[in-house]
Each structure stands twice: as C-alpha cells, then as structure tokens.
Design a protein around this ligand. Structure first.
Ligand code: ADP
Ligand code: MG
Length: 766
C-alpha cells in the first residue's frame, strides 16, 4: 500500500483506504498516537439513537450524551475552553445548563408603546451617541434610539467612551432589550443589551432568518467573560438538534406525575420554549418542563435514600434489651419529669434499639428542648446491655459541656464516662484510649477525635452524633465502622426545614421533640440603634436592680481573632469602670483556659456576677434561669441560627425575658432581613426556614461538607412540593418492588447507581 507523506508532515491516505475503513467525506476524525500506533476514530462517536438492546447505562445514546463539547459542529478549542469555565464539558452538561431567565421576543414593541417598569425588546436606529456631563458633574454615555413611532434614551454609567463611540455609530440598526425607566417625561433604558443588524439589512428579513434569537421567547444563559449570549444559544441549538434524540428516560410513564412531559420534551422546552409558554412561569422555573426536570432529579436521589434506608434496616444489628436498670435510676435523680415529647421520642428510640437491626434515627428539636437527656437515656440502655457509647459533638466546648452534664449524672450511678480532647497528650491520652479499648469506659465523649483511627472500642453499641448538620454523611459511616453495626442516633439543635431534612437525612427515621420543658417563657426581642445605647444601659440597671442577671454578647467570627477579643475585653473594662461601677461584671471568651472559663461560668450561675460579657462561647452550655436580659452587640454580624441559639440562653426561668439587638444601622439587606425575622418569631423552625431562604441551602448547612447533593435543575426551596412527590413515588416503588424485579425497574436501579451510587455508597449492592 502506498502512503504519501507530504513535505509539511501530513500523511495522505488514498481514497480506497478511507472507504475501506468506513469513513466518508466530511467525517471528523480523532487521531490518537500511542504504542507506536496511529489510531483514527470517528469523532463524535456514532450518532445513532437506536437502542442496541443493551441497557441504558451503556447504550450508544448514553455514550453520545457524553460526547465532548469540542466535537460539536462550530465549537473550536477556544469556545470549548470558555464553555468549560461554566462546567460544560459534554453534551449532557450543556443540556442541563438551565437558562437564568427568559426574554420575550415574540413581538418587537414599537418604541412609542414602551412603558415604565416593562422589560422589553424593541428595534431602532441610533440617532445620536456621545458622552454627556450631568449637572452633578458625572460623565454618562448617552444614546438616542428611534423607530418610526418614537424615541428613547439609553444610558451607561462608567462606560469606556472610546469603545462605546466605536460601536454606537449613528445610523446603526439593532434589536435592544432592557428595563424601561421613566424620569419625568423621559423614558430611559440603562445598560441595554444589543444585537446589531448587518448594515443595510431589512429588519423583517433578518428577524425571520434568525429564529433562534428573534420572534420567540429566548433563553438567557449564564455566561463567562468572552462568551456571548448569541454564541451560547447557537451552541444550545446545535446540541438540541444533534443530540436531543439521545435523551432517554427509563422512568416508566406511570411514575411520572400527571401532565409532566417526558425528559426529552422537558429539556427541549426549557431551552426552546413553546410559542404559547407563559413568561412568568418560565422565569420562576415553574413550567411543567422545569418541574419535570426537578422531579427526575429528586426521584433518583430519594430512590437512593429509600434503598439505603432499606439496606440498613435489613442488616444485622444489636437487639438491645430494655432492663430499666440505669434509666430508672437516672429518672429518680432528675429534679424534673421528662416532657411528653421527650417520652414519646425516647420510646421511639427504644423500639428501634430492641430490633435486631441497626437504628438510624434523627432527633430534631429546638434549643433547650432537652435532647441531651434523651440521648443520655438511650446511652444508658446500651450500657445496661454491656455495650459502649460514643458521643460526638462538633466543638470542644460542646463536647466538654456534654461531658459535664453526662458525667455529672453518671458518676452518681457508678458509671465511667471519659472525654477525649484534641489537646490531650502523653500519659493521660494513652490511659484514656486504653480504657476505651478495654471496655472500662462506658460512655466516650469527644469531637471528631472520637472517630480517629487510634480510638478503638471494645464493644461499641451506640453512636450519638450531636449537631449532625455540621458533620458529613461520611462521619456517620466511620462511626458505624467503629463497632459492629452499632445503633446511630443523630441530634440536631438547629431545626432543619422539612425539605432539607428529606434531602439530607432522608435515609434516617425522624423524631421531633416539639415541646419545651415547662416554665419557659417567650423572649421579647427588640432592635435598638447605637444612638439609643444609654437607654439600653438603663434597662440593664433596672434588671439588675431586680436581682436579675444580664448577658452582653460580642460577635467573634473566629475564636482566634484577636481584634474581636480585644473589643470584648475592652468593653468589659469600660462597662466596669465607666458605666456600671457598682455592678459585678465578668468576662468570658474562647481563649481562656478551661479552668478560668469554668470559674467565671460558675460565679455567674451562683449569681455572684450581675453581668456576663461574653463572646459566642456561651452559645452552648450555660443554663442560668435567673438571667433574663441579653444584649447582643453588633447583632447584624450574627447569623440567624446563631442569634436564635444565643437567645435560647435567656427565657429559661419563669420570669419574663428580653433580648436586645444593638446595631449600627449600617447593614446589608440580608442582615436587615435576619434581624426582622429574629424580632418577629421565636419559633425555631420558622427561623430555620427563613435562614434557608436568605442564605440558600449551601450556606445554610456550611457548604459541601454537609452533604448536599449537587442538583442541576432542582432547587429544594422552590421545588419543595415536587420533592415530596418524588419522595413518595420513590419510597412507594421500593416498598412494592424491593428488588427491582418488576418489568423496567432493573433499569431504574442501574440509573440510580450511575447517578448517585458512589455518592450514597450504594455501589456494593450490585
Ligand atoms: P438541648 O440539647 O435540646 O438544647 P438540653 O438537653 O441542653 O437541651 O436541655 C436544656 C435544659 O433543660 C437543661 O438544663 C436540661 O437539664 C433541662 N431539661 C431537660 N429536660 C427537661 C425537662 N423535662 N424538664 C425540665 N428541664 C429539662
Ligand atoms: Mg444540646
């Protein structure tokens, strides 16, 4: 065979050879050189939506959707690199890039009919364009644009005028869009979007020739620098035209809620809405197409959770016996009765613990509802059965606090409770670890230090995780592996909105303590501006005059931030010397030694201090019913949940309590919203909902480590009811067909494993 190599290094293949390997003219070919071989492959891979009889996971259609975006017609390396910045690497990535919003370009509106507040699309000719100086001395770039019917003004602030003049040439015709404002008689659009028409072109003809951009509702995509809306729409059009047929769904029609279009149709309508689509619904993401996509995402996630829950429920676990030996004894020691809610939740836990399968339960309850006690009761059941308990808290301070409470009760019953801290060294550490390993330590408390490799348990029977939302799903798994399928109890003091709980902890059983111990009073909350500080001081004096105690809280973002620490110490000094010379004032912060902290807290508890100036370390731990006033300095700097937790430190006795939020008045919109919420309600769940709304799911939970799945379309805030529907369908499906044996269900399991298998550690179920 004759192969010619040209001077420039090109290799020429004779036509017979090309046709004999099945290539034809126009094919794009990928070249791969390795192991001394040159390999030519057609790229993209075979574009055929025909099913080959294989399962969906390895079908050709599926592979086609994985085609690299660079192989799409008209996408070169430069554009591919830009798309990659928006995480678009494959055709599938592109299909799931949701438009940010939509623009109604079904009709161009005559300029004379543009009205204020309208977001409009219209065309016109540039009449004039230049920099003008306003009366206030500001330089603004202004353009006048008109069509046959009227004229409108465009304005740009801080624009590069040289560049602007070059583009905004008098006589140029374009299609513009933006929001119309009215100032006196003048209608203005600030920073309009523009698409220029070729010179001398006929508007109607141009519009008709470009159906992707005109005469319809067009999607507006998120971009990146250098990537234009028009380009993005072109990419999407190519992707839809070339690959939409490869989109297949294995979800049987009967599982899809009535009216929801199939996946393929939904994707197409989201990118290229129908002529009769409702703009507002598109922009809210509430069209049937959007909802169908959200359903599709939620469904597989919830199916995964259902499967996970079922798998755990089938595993062998410890069947504890409830002997009441220690639980009864503790009940006698307690100076109070358990609330009805505590008793209910405890009995739910007991039934779980008695089953020969591992417990996996989440306790939710507002601050101060008495979760610790419930967890301790559960721990005692494990101890009665000769098992060890591990209790994991998110911070050292909280771990210490648990140790105090639990050790306090348990030592009276002759039980051994140990605390593992990060700072523990040498002999003390070695000894503690030995006690854990030989089983003498019955209850082991600590931070994530408890799940470190070095810690070995003799017989771990129960793991308690406090404040789960700060830990990932991973820690739950590691803790589980410290024993042989121990029971797991997860507690959260930050109420988690239902939708979020379903997403994150959907594989757990849920118990809610929805009742506070009796005698707690509602805390009245008010915001005060700095200017009224002296009034706040008067309130403090009045409170102390009635023999009550006061907290003054300082924000401390990081416990190591010296400047904030200084602010708190200086304030304590200032209050002591200048403001309340006759009152007894103490200072508490995270950098004090544990002994000093304890001394101060102790004196405050014993009413030997009138005022406790503190950083957020008192967020957990202090329980002083006589403290009835809390003043929060720089309240705008705190998060909602944090404020709620702090406030929970007052209102613990029978006397009426108040919380004063001091602010400078200069604050962000979000801060303002936060303070209004905290002022208006003490309901932890409502506060959590608001917090979630203001911050979004990622921030609410402290980002990824918290284990939020990356949904591409679905949004748990917006699509809460779809989530509920999807969960119902998924759980029902598994109830009726636990091993996916019904026709078509095997494919569902495969799809589930493909999407979330690794994430949910489901891969092993085969
Ligand atoms: P949580 O952890 O849910 O925020 P804790 O378990 O710390 O709440 O309980 C808060 C306070 O309420 C503690 O001082 C605890 O001793 C007390 N407490 C718990 N249960 C009851 C009850 N049934 N009656 C009265 N006080 C209770
Ligand atoms: Mg607690």
């Amino acid at each position: 065979m004759n192969l010619t190599v040209e001077k420039n290094g090109s290799l020429i293949l004779p036509p017979e050879l090309i046709s004999s390997i099945g290539f034809s003219s126009g094919d794009e070919v990928a070249i791969d050189i390795s192991n001394g071989e040159v390999r030519l492959t057609r790229a993209p891979p075979i574009l055929s939506s025909a099913r080959t009889g294989g399962t969906l996971a390895d079908s050709i259609a599926r592979k086609n959707l994985q085609t690299g975006i660079q192989f799409i017609k008209g996408i070169g390396p430069k554009l591919a690199a830009l798309l990659e910045k928006r995480d678009i690497r494959s055709v599938e990535d592109a299909l799931y890039l949701m438009p940010l919003r939509y623009e109604d370009r079904r009709e161009l509106i005559p300029v004379s009919r543009l009205s204020a507040g309208q977001s409009a699309v219209f065309s016109g000719k540039v009449i004039s364009a230049d920099v003008v100086t306003t009366k206030g001395g500001r330089r603004v770039f202004e353009a006048l644009v008109s069509d046959d019917s009227g004229t409108i003004t465009f304005k740009w602030f801080n624009a590069n005028s040289t560049w602007m003049k070059r583009t905004w040439k008098v006589g140029r015709v374009g299609v513009f869009s933006g929001e119309v404002n009215q100032y006196g008689y003048q209608r203005e659009v600030h920073h309009p979007d523009v698409e220029w028409l070729p010179e001398g072109a006929d508007l109607k003809a141009v519009l008709a020739a470009d159906p992707a951009n005109f005469g319809r509702i067009v999607p507006v995509y998120p971009l990146t620098e250098g990537l234009h809306q028009k380009t993005m729409r072109r990419v999407m059009r190519e992707v839809l035209n070339g690959f939409l047929d490869n989109v297949e769904s294995v979800l049987p029609d009967n599982l899809l809620p009535v009216g929801f279009p199939p996946l393929k149709v939904a994707l197409s309508q989201v990118h290229a809405p129908n002529q009769d689509a409702v703009l507002a619904e598109l922009n809210e993401g509430s069209t049937l197409a959007h909802r169908a996509l959200a359903f599709d995402e939620f469904f597989y996630w919830e199916l995964g959770l259902a499967l996970k829950k079922r798998n755990v429920a089938l595993e062998d676990g410890i069947a504890f016996q409830v002997t009441h030996r220690y639980t009864k004894e503790l009940a006698k020691l307690l100076p109070f009765e358990l609330t009805a809610a505590q008793r209910r939740v405890l009995s739910e836990i007991k039934s779980d613990m008695m089953l020969p399968h591992p417990m996996n339960r989440l306790i939710q309850g507002d601050v101060g509802c008495g979760k610790t006690l419930v967890a301790l009761m559960a721990s005692l059941i494990a101890v009665e059965n000769g098992y060890q308990v591990a209790i994991m808290a998110p911070t050292e301070i909280l771990a210490e606090q648990h140790w105090h409470t639990i050790h306090g009760w348990c030592s009276q019953m002759g039980l051994k409770v140990v605390l593992i801290t990060a700072g523990m060294k040498g002999k003390a550490k070695k000894e503690t670890l030995e006690r854990v390993a030989d089983g003498t330590a019955q209850i082991v408390i600590g931070t994530h230090s408890v799940i470190q490799e070095k810690v070995e348990f003799a017989r771990l029977g129960l793991g308690v995780i406090d404040e789960q939302h700060r830990f990932g799903v991973l820690q739950r798994g590691i803790l589980r592996k410290k024993g042989i399928n121990p029971d797991i109890l997860v507690m959260t003091a930050t109420p988690i909105p239902r939708t979020l709980a379903m997403t994150l902890f959907g594989d757990l059983s849920l118990s809610v303590i929805d009742e506070l111990p009796p005698g707690r009073t509602k805390v009245e909350t008010r915001m005060f501006y700095e200017s009224r500080r002296s009034q706040v001081y008067d309130m403090i004096r009045a409170e102390v005059a009635q023999k009550r105690q006061v907290y003054i809280i300082y924000p401390l973002v990081e416990e190591t931030e010296k400047s904030d620490l200084k602010a708190a110490s200086q304030m304590a000094e200032h209050l002591e010397k200048d403001v309340f010379p006759t009152l007894r004032i103490g200072l508490l912060h995270g950098r004090m030694s544990p002994d000093d902290k304890e001394t101060i807290m102790g004196s405050f508890k014993l009413n030997k201090l009138d005022i406790l100036v503190s950083t957020t370390v008192i967020e957990v731990g202090i329980d002083v019913p006589n403290a009835t006033l809390m003043v929060v300095e720089h309240a705008e700097r705190f998060g909602l949940s944090q404020l709620h937790q702090l406030r929970g430190r007052v209102g613990r006795g029978s006397a009426g309590s108040r919380c004063i939020l001091l602010t400078t008045g200069r604050m962000s919109e979000d801060a303002d919203k936060r303070l209004k919420v905290i002022e208006s309600t003490t309901d932890g769940f409502r506060i959590a909902e608001a917090d979630l709304e203001i911050r979004g799911p990622g921030d609410f939970l402290g980002t990824r480590q918290a284990g939020m799945p990356d949904f591409r379309v679905a949004n748990i805030l917006r699509d809460g009811n779809i989530l509920e529907q999807a969960r119902q369908v998924a759980f029902d499906l598994l109830d009726n067909d636990p091993d996916f044996s019904a026709p078509g269900h095997a494919a569902l399991r495969e799809e589930l494993l493909r999407r979330w298998g690794r994430r949910l550690e489901l891969a092993t179920i085969g």
